[in-house]
Ligand binder design. Structure first.
Ligand code: SAM
Length: 273
Protein backbone atom coordinates (compact mmCIF):
# COMPACT_ATOMS: atom_id res chain seq x y z
CA UNK A 1 0.00 0.00 0.00
CA UNK A 2 1.15 3.52 -0.77
CA UNK A 3 2.49 5.88 1.87
CA UNK A 4 3.62 9.54 1.61
CA UNK A 5 6.72 10.61 -0.37
CA UNK A 6 7.37 13.49 2.01
CA UNK A 7 4.33 15.26 3.38
CA UNK A 8 2.91 12.94 6.05
CA UNK A 9 -0.62 14.12 5.32
CA UNK A 10 -0.45 12.61 1.82
CA UNK A 11 -2.06 9.38 2.90
CA UNK A 12 -5.49 8.14 1.97
CA UNK A 13 -8.28 7.57 4.48
CA UNK A 14 -8.37 3.94 3.35
CA UNK A 15 -4.62 3.55 3.89
CA UNK A 16 -5.03 4.79 7.47
CA UNK A 17 -7.89 2.33 8.04
CA UNK A 18 -5.80 -0.53 6.67
CA UNK A 19 -2.71 0.40 8.70
CA UNK A 20 -4.86 0.50 11.83
CA UNK A 21 -6.77 -2.72 11.12
CA UNK A 22 -4.11 -5.16 9.91
CA UNK A 23 -2.35 -7.51 12.29
CA UNK A 24 1.10 -6.73 10.90
CA UNK A 25 2.66 -4.03 8.75
CA UNK A 26 5.63 -5.34 6.76
CA UNK A 27 7.88 -2.30 6.31
CA UNK A 28 11.08 -1.58 4.39
CA UNK A 29 12.44 0.37 7.36
CA UNK A 30 10.48 -0.09 10.56
CA UNK A 31 11.83 3.17 12.05
CA UNK A 32 10.52 5.23 9.12
CA UNK A 33 7.14 3.52 9.23
CA UNK A 34 6.94 3.78 13.01
CA UNK A 35 7.28 7.57 12.54
CA UNK A 36 4.40 7.59 10.05
CA UNK A 37 2.20 5.40 12.27
CA UNK A 38 2.93 7.49 15.38
CA UNK A 39 2.09 10.66 13.45
CA UNK A 40 -1.37 9.21 12.87
CA UNK A 41 -1.72 7.65 16.34
CA UNK A 42 -1.47 4.05 15.07
CA UNK A 43 0.31 1.34 17.06
CA UNK A 44 0.22 -1.69 14.70
CA UNK A 45 2.88 -4.40 14.88
CA UNK A 46 5.79 -3.95 12.46
CA UNK A 47 7.87 -6.53 10.63
CA UNK A 48 10.95 -5.51 8.65
CA UNK A 49 10.88 -6.50 4.98
CA UNK A 50 13.65 -5.08 2.81
CA UNK A 51 15.60 -6.15 -0.27
CA UNK A 52 18.04 -8.26 1.80
CA UNK A 53 15.46 -10.31 3.71
CA UNK A 54 12.46 -10.30 1.35
CA UNK A 55 12.99 -13.92 0.31
CA UNK A 56 13.17 -15.11 3.94
CA UNK A 57 10.14 -13.10 4.98
CA UNK A 58 7.89 -14.70 2.37
CA UNK A 59 7.33 -17.83 4.52
CA UNK A 60 6.66 -15.71 7.57
CA UNK A 61 4.10 -13.52 5.79
CA UNK A 62 2.50 -16.58 4.16
CA UNK A 63 2.28 -18.18 7.63
CA UNK A 64 0.47 -15.15 9.01
CA UNK A 65 -1.98 -15.18 6.10
CA UNK A 66 -2.57 -18.93 6.49
CA UNK A 67 -3.45 -18.26 10.12
CA UNK A 68 -6.12 -15.82 8.94
CA UNK A 69 -4.18 -12.65 9.72
CA UNK A 70 -3.96 -9.58 7.48
CA UNK A 71 -0.63 -8.05 6.48
CA UNK A 72 0.01 -4.64 4.89
CA UNK A 73 3.17 -4.03 2.88
CA UNK A 74 4.75 -0.57 2.82
CA UNK A 75 8.06 0.85 1.63
CA UNK A 76 9.89 3.87 3.00
CA UNK A 77 8.02 6.22 0.71
CA UNK A 78 5.50 6.01 -2.10
CA UNK A 79 4.26 2.77 -3.58
CA UNK A 80 5.97 -0.53 -2.72
CA UNK A 81 7.35 -2.66 -5.58
CA UNK A 82 7.86 0.51 -7.67
CA UNK A 83 11.68 0.61 -7.61
CA UNK A 84 11.25 -0.70 -4.07
CA UNK A 85 11.02 -4.15 -2.45
CA UNK A 86 7.76 -6.07 -2.59
CA UNK A 87 7.34 -7.54 -6.10
CA UNK A 88 8.80 -10.90 -5.17
CA UNK A 89 6.57 -11.21 -2.11
CA UNK A 90 3.50 -10.21 -4.13
CA UNK A 91 4.25 -12.72 -6.90
CA UNK A 92 4.95 -15.53 -4.50
CA UNK A 93 1.78 -14.91 -2.48
CA UNK A 94 -0.32 -14.73 -5.64
CA UNK A 95 1.14 -18.02 -6.84
CA UNK A 96 0.01 -19.53 -3.56
CA UNK A 97 -3.49 -18.13 -4.20
CA UNK A 98 -3.49 -15.53 -1.44
CA UNK A 99 -5.49 -12.41 -2.15
CA UNK A 100 -3.27 -9.38 -2.75
CA UNK A 101 -4.92 -5.99 -3.26
CA UNK A 102 -3.47 -2.54 -3.95
CA UNK A 103 -4.12 0.42 -1.70
CA UNK A 104 -3.19 3.17 -4.17
CA UNK A 105 -1.71 6.52 -3.27
CA UNK A 106 1.44 8.58 -3.80
CA UNK A 107 4.34 7.65 -6.02
CA UNK A 108 7.19 10.00 -6.88
CA UNK A 109 6.90 8.95 -10.55
CA UNK A 110 3.27 9.99 -11.02
CA UNK A 111 3.72 13.08 -8.82
CA UNK A 112 6.63 14.28 -11.00
CA UNK A 113 4.84 13.43 -14.24
CA UNK A 114 1.74 15.33 -13.12
CA UNK A 115 3.68 18.61 -12.84
CA UNK A 116 6.00 18.08 -15.82
CA UNK A 117 3.64 19.60 -18.36
CA UNK A 118 4.40 16.80 -20.82
CA UNK A 119 1.30 16.26 -22.95
CA UNK A 120 2.35 13.02 -24.62
CA UNK A 121 0.02 10.37 -23.18
CA UNK A 122 2.60 7.63 -23.79
CA UNK A 123 5.01 7.40 -20.90
CA UNK A 124 7.84 5.03 -20.12
CA UNK A 125 8.66 4.78 -16.43
CA UNK A 126 12.24 3.54 -16.33
CA UNK A 127 13.06 3.72 -12.61
CA UNK A 128 16.79 3.98 -11.88
CA UNK A 129 19.30 4.02 -14.74
CA UNK A 130 22.57 2.10 -14.20
CA UNK A 131 24.91 3.88 -11.80
CA UNK A 132 27.99 3.71 -14.07
CA UNK A 133 28.17 6.14 -16.94
CA UNK A 134 29.07 3.63 -19.68
CA UNK A 135 26.15 1.35 -18.79
CA UNK A 136 23.87 4.36 -18.34
CA UNK A 137 24.69 5.69 -21.80
CA UNK A 138 24.12 2.30 -23.31
CA UNK A 139 20.71 2.08 -21.64
CA UNK A 140 19.88 5.58 -22.88
CA UNK A 141 20.86 4.64 -26.44
CA UNK A 142 18.15 2.02 -26.28
CA UNK A 143 15.59 4.65 -25.24
CA UNK A 144 16.71 7.45 -27.57
CA UNK A 145 14.28 6.85 -30.39
CA UNK A 146 11.25 5.78 -28.38
CA UNK A 147 8.36 8.20 -28.86
CA UNK A 148 7.60 8.31 -25.15
CA UNK A 149 7.97 10.69 -22.25
CA UNK A 150 10.68 9.11 -20.07
CA UNK A 151 10.56 9.07 -16.27
CA UNK A 152 13.70 8.33 -14.24
CA UNK A 153 14.49 8.12 -10.55
CA UNK A 154 17.98 9.27 -9.62
CA UNK A 155 20.06 9.43 -6.47
CA UNK A 156 21.15 12.96 -5.45
CA UNK A 157 24.89 12.28 -5.78
CA UNK A 158 24.44 11.01 -9.35
CA UNK A 159 21.88 13.44 -10.69
CA UNK A 160 24.45 15.80 -12.28
CA UNK A 161 26.30 13.08 -14.20
CA UNK A 162 23.00 11.48 -15.17
CA UNK A 163 21.68 14.76 -16.60
CA UNK A 164 24.96 15.18 -18.48
CA UNK A 165 24.50 11.74 -20.07
CA UNK A 166 20.84 12.46 -20.84
CA UNK A 167 21.94 15.63 -22.65
CA UNK A 168 24.65 13.87 -24.61
CA UNK A 169 22.71 10.80 -25.64
CA UNK A 170 19.18 12.19 -26.04
CA UNK A 171 20.22 15.63 -27.29
CA UNK A 172 20.17 19.09 -25.70
CA UNK A 173 16.89 20.11 -27.36
CA UNK A 174 14.67 17.75 -25.41
CA UNK A 175 12.79 19.16 -22.48
CA UNK A 176 13.52 17.91 -18.98
CA UNK A 177 11.56 18.52 -15.78
CA UNK A 178 13.69 18.22 -12.70
CA UNK A 179 11.37 17.43 -9.81
CA UNK A 180 13.17 17.70 -6.51
CA UNK A 181 11.95 17.05 -2.96
CA UNK A 182 8.33 16.73 -3.99
CA UNK A 183 5.81 17.51 -1.24
CA UNK A 184 8.68 18.53 1.08
CA UNK A 185 9.94 21.87 2.38
CA UNK A 186 12.40 22.46 -0.47
CA UNK A 187 10.13 21.25 -3.25
CA UNK A 188 11.29 22.53 -6.65
CA UNK A 189 10.15 21.68 -10.17
CA UNK A 190 12.25 23.19 -12.91
CA UNK A 191 11.63 22.59 -16.61
CA UNK A 192 14.21 23.52 -19.24
CA UNK A 193 16.00 22.18 -22.31
CA UNK A 194 18.41 19.35 -21.48
CA UNK A 195 21.19 21.63 -22.76
CA UNK A 196 20.52 24.06 -19.90
CA UNK A 197 19.95 21.48 -17.16
CA UNK A 198 23.59 20.94 -16.03
CA UNK A 199 24.07 24.66 -15.38
CA UNK A 200 20.81 24.89 -13.45
CA UNK A 201 21.75 21.90 -11.32
CA UNK A 202 25.19 23.31 -10.59
CA UNK A 203 23.67 26.42 -9.00
CA UNK A 204 22.48 26.63 -5.39
CA UNK A 205 23.35 23.08 -4.31
CA UNK A 206 20.41 21.64 -6.17
CA UNK A 207 22.01 18.23 -6.07
CA UNK A 208 20.76 17.74 -2.54
CA UNK A 209 17.45 16.00 -2.02
CA UNK A 210 15.49 13.42 -3.95
CA UNK A 211 15.01 13.72 -7.69
CA UNK A 212 12.77 12.53 -10.48
CA UNK A 213 13.73 13.44 -14.04
CA UNK A 214 11.00 13.60 -16.68
CA UNK A 215 12.27 13.89 -20.26
CA UNK A 216 9.93 14.82 -23.09
CA UNK A 217 9.88 12.74 -26.29
CA UNK A 218 12.18 14.22 -28.90
CA UNK A 219 12.14 15.10 -32.58
CA UNK A 220 14.63 12.29 -33.05
CA UNK A 221 11.91 9.72 -32.53
CA UNK A 222 9.82 11.27 -35.29
CA UNK A 223 12.73 11.18 -37.76
CA UNK A 224 13.39 7.57 -36.90
CA UNK A 225 9.72 6.71 -37.12
CA UNK A 226 9.91 8.16 -40.67
CA UNK A 227 12.61 5.63 -41.45
CA UNK A 228 10.45 2.89 -40.00
CA UNK A 229 7.44 3.92 -42.12
CA UNK A 230 9.59 3.96 -45.21
CA UNK A 231 10.74 0.43 -44.50
CA UNK A 232 7.21 -0.83 -43.88
CA UNK A 233 5.91 0.93 -46.98
CA UNK A 234 8.59 -0.52 -49.23
CA UNK A 235 7.87 -4.04 -47.98
CA UNK A 236 4.11 -3.69 -48.45
CA UNK A 237 4.48 -2.20 -51.94
CA UNK A 238 6.11 -5.41 -53.07
CA UNK A 239 2.95 -7.28 -52.19
CA UNK A 240 0.00 -4.97 -52.91
CA UNK A 241 -1.28 -1.87 -54.70
CA UNK A 242 -0.26 1.65 -53.63
CA UNK A 243 -3.45 2.68 -51.83
CA UNK A 244 -3.68 -0.58 -49.83
CA UNK A 245 0.01 -0.38 -48.92
CA UNK A 246 -0.38 3.23 -47.72
CA UNK A 247 -3.47 2.33 -45.71
CA UNK A 248 -1.80 -0.63 -44.01
CA UNK A 249 1.46 1.25 -43.40
CA UNK A 250 -0.54 4.03 -41.70
CA UNK A 251 -2.25 1.46 -39.48
CA UNK A 252 1.05 -0.23 -38.58
CA UNK A 253 3.14 2.90 -37.94
CA UNK A 254 0.51 5.43 -36.87
CA UNK A 255 1.84 7.88 -39.50
CA UNK A 256 -0.33 9.97 -41.81
CA UNK A 257 -2.03 7.90 -44.54
CA UNK A 258 -2.07 10.65 -47.19
CA UNK A 259 1.64 11.37 -46.70
CA UNK A 260 2.38 7.67 -46.95
CA UNK A 261 0.24 7.44 -50.11
CA UNK A 262 2.22 10.28 -51.74
CA UNK A 263 5.48 8.62 -50.76
CA UNK A 264 4.22 5.26 -52.07
CA UNK A 265 3.46 6.86 -55.47
CA UNK A 266 6.99 8.29 -55.59
CA UNK A 267 8.48 4.92 -54.76
CA UNK A 268 6.34 3.22 -57.39
CA UNK A 269 7.41 5.81 -59.98
CA UNK A 270 11.08 5.35 -59.15
CA UNK A 271 10.74 1.59 -59.30
CA UNK A 272 8.80 1.81 -62.58
CA UNK A 273 11.36 4.17 -64.18
N1 SAM B 1 8.43 3.43 -4.49
C1 SAM B 1 8.73 4.83 -4.46
C2 SAM B 1 7.59 5.61 -5.12
O1 SAM B 1 6.61 4.98 -5.51
O2 SAM B 1 7.67 6.84 -5.18
C3 SAM B 1 10.07 5.12 -5.06
C4 SAM B 1 11.20 4.48 -4.34
S1 SAM B 1 12.78 4.72 -5.02
C5 SAM B 1 13.77 3.66 -4.01
C6 SAM B 1 13.29 6.27 -4.39
C7 SAM B 1 13.42 7.31 -5.49
O3 SAM B 1 12.15 7.92 -5.72
C8 SAM B 1 14.33 8.48 -5.14
O4 SAM B 1 15.69 8.17 -5.42
C9 SAM B 1 13.81 9.57 -6.02
O5 SAM B 1 14.29 9.40 -7.35
C10 SAM B 1 12.30 9.28 -5.99
N2 SAM B 1 11.64 10.05 -4.92
C11 SAM B 1 11.12 9.54 -3.78
N3 SAM B 1 10.56 10.53 -3.06
C12 SAM B 1 10.74 11.68 -3.76
C13 SAM B 1 10.39 13.05 -3.55
N4 SAM B 1 9.75 13.43 -2.45
N5 SAM B 1 10.73 13.95 -4.50
C14 SAM B 1 11.38 13.56 -5.61
N6 SAM B 1 11.74 12.30 -5.86
C15 SAM B 1 11.43 11.36 -4.95
Amino acid sequence: MATPIGNLRDITLRALDVLRDVDTVAAEDTRTTRGLLSHHGIASRLLSLHEHNERDRIEQVAGLLMAGRDVALVSDAGTPAVSDPGARLVRELRERSFRVVPVPGPSAATAALSVSGEENPHVLFYGFLPSRSAARRKALQGLRTLPFTLVFFEAPHRVAECVEDLREVLGGARRVSIARELTKLHETVHACALAEAPAWLARDYHEKGEFVLVVGAGEVSRADSGEESEKVLRLLLREMPVSRAAELAAKITGDNRKALYRRALELKDTAGG
